[in-house]
Design a protein around this ligand. Structure first.
Ligand SMILES: [Zn+2]
Length: 106
């Protein structure tokens, strides 16, 4: 999957974003990483590292390969749990960052 076009849909809950988002560079001078800043009406504001975004799509979408690992209901539940976690973290006043397989705070 390539993210060269602006993303218009939340990767977590699939709502239309308040603003389409494109690749940006985050991090300090000696540790820059590409990522995306999402503004979702349902999940709130959050940042996802580009590598992590690929993982997220893999985790939240049915596999194309044979041998289904999650049912549609399970995938829906994954989405709800993640959206809830994002909203709770954002409620603390900091924008959650999803990177290196985990949530980090600035
Ligand atoms: Zn969302």
């Amino acid at each position: 999957m390539s993210f060269d076009q602006p993303i218009t849909e939340c990767p977590v809950c699939q709502h239309t974003l308040r603003q389409p988002t494109s690749r940006q560079v985050f991090g300090p001078e000696n540790g820059k990483w590409p990522g995306f800043h999402f503004d979702c009406p349902h999940c709130g504001l959050f940042i996802v590292d580009e590598i992590e975004l690929h993982r997220l799509f893999g985790y939240l979408n049915p596999p194309n390969a044979p041998g289904v690992v999650a049912t549609p209901l399970q995938l829906k539940r994954h989405r709800s749990v993640l959206a809830h976690a994002l909203r709770r973290m954002e409620a603390t006043g900091e924008t959650p960052i999803l990177k290196d397989g985990n949530f980090i705070w600035p």
